[in-house]
Design a protein around this ligand. Structure first.
Ligand code: FAD
Length: 378
């Protein structure tokens, strides 16, 4: 196996696998390096399902990114034949008021529902006044492990070399190229992309910006009644604004038994290399609270409970940019806890930086300067 490449991608999780795929499609000689087996359940991209929607991003900085991500996810399904990678389910956002963040009535893309209409269309949700709903028919369920596996497979079919169980220990860049030291071998390349998710802060200490990692949990339960009402086809992906955070969930699929629900909140800060991954009674209680409040009929036996990691910048907006100190280095993360839906578009921006040094996709709000400026004035 060669030790010299056009580009090295550090981290082959969600955005790293998509970046390897994109770069390999462009004909570059790619090496992807991943510390765990691919795919794995140690970072931010496991648990079988992720949600996506369009409506709340229309009219915001994220509009071009979400629209491009939808296009690229569809292309990936077409290219791979992996039709379960993105499944349109619709998306129902619920809140005890009518002012949903992001949704703009004049820009369309969603239906406004009152409590009576929600009850009539989606009787699984035990909510009444003062709840309102915003229903986005383009909402979909994405499959993280399927997506990572598909991107790696397609990238390798195009000649990329992708190594699992290989940890990057150190790296350097100068005018001649980049050098990456791993626990197996040292590799060189013309350029490098960091897609290290929760480990970004550890690998890029030189940036001097805060990258916080937090521990999250989610569960699968078996409904006590009306099991069919929770199945794919009968139920959309959903979110409910709550005093504890935002509960979210998915219709049941056939690969994991049970109905998946989680609580989106900031989470508990941890070191990604050293924390208790074992789910505990408190993790279950966070989920049970949501089930008692909104799905008493689904508050049944626990089938699965797992932990996962969120990564945060100080403003919880991702970083997709070139390294401010090194032209040869591209940064693609942290993605900040809600990034899966945008992954193929973020990967395309990173691949554009590698190939052309610039991108046509409007994404200045993802640049790192905003955080460096904050650091200076802090
Ligand atoms: C519970 C949960 C629910 C979520 N729900 C949603 C959702 O519904 N919709 C949505 O859009 N987003 C959601 N997100 C967020 C989204 O899943 C993540 O933002 C995204 O998957 C992170 O991808 P990533 O590639 O940045 O990180 P990861 O997939 O974690 O990849 C980083 C990779 O880098 C590797 N790595 C790090 N350091 C090294 C090293 N030194 N050497 C080699 N390899 C290294 C890691 O092992 C890892 O594989 C959720 C996240 C969680 C945790």
């Amino acid at each position: 196996m060669p030790t010299s490449y056009d580009v090295i991608v550090v981290g082959v999780g969600a955005v790293g696998s998509a970046t390897c795929h994109d770069l390999a499609r462009r004909g570059l000689r790619v090496l992807g390096i991943e510390q765990f087996s691919i795919p794995h359940n140690m970072g931010g991209s496991h648990g079988n399902s992720r949600q996506t929607k369009i409506a709340p991003y229309i009219g915001s900085d994220y509009e071009p990114i979400i629209l491009r991500a939808y296009e690229l996810y569809r292309e990936l399904v077409e290219e791979s034949g992996q039709t379960d990678l993105m499944v349109t389910t619709g998306f129902l956002d619920l809140a005890p008021h009518r002012n949903f963040p992001g949704y703009k009535k004049n820009l369309g893309h969603f239906e406004d529902l009152n409590a009576g209409q929600i009850q009539a269309r989606f009787p699984q949700f035990q909510i009444g006044e003062p709840y309102w709903g915003a229903y986005d028919p383009a909402g979909a369920l994405l499959r993280p492990e399927v997506m990572i596996t598909t991107c790696v497979r397609l990238a390798m079919q195009r000649g990329a070399h992708i190594l699992g169980n290989t940890k990057v220990l150190d790296w350097s860049a100068d005018s001649g190229g980049v050098t990456v030291k791993t626990d197996r071998e040292t590799y060189t390349a013309d350029r490098i992309v960091f897609c290290a998710g929760p480990w970004t802060g550890k690998l890029l200490k030189d940036l001097g910006i805060a990258c916080t990692v937090t521990r999250m949990s989610f569960a699968w339960v078996w409904p006590l009644k009306n099991v069919k009402a929770y199945e794919l086809g009968a139920m959309p992906c959903w979110c409910i604004e709550d005093e504890d955070g935002i509960y979210y969930g998915f219709p049941m699929m056939t690969d994991v038994p049970g109905y998946k629900i989680g609580l989106h909140w900031y989470g508990q800060p941890v070191d990604p290399d050293c924390f208790d991954r074992t789910p505990n009674a408190h993790d279950e209680e966070l989920i049970r609270k949501g089930l008692r409040r909104y799905f008493p009929e689904a508050n049944g036996p626990l089938v699965g409970l797992r932990t996962c990691l969120y990564d945060h910048t100080s403003d919880d907006v991702p970083i997709i940019d070139r390294h401010p100190g090194h032209d040869r280095v591209t940064l693609c993360g942290p993605l900040c806890g809600a990034g899966f839906k945008f992954v193929p578009a973020y990967a395309e921006i990173a691949a554009d930086f590698v190939e052309k040094g610039r991108t046509e996709l409007k994404s200045d709000f993802l640049r790192i300067d905003r955080l460096l400026a904050n650091t200076k004035t802090a």
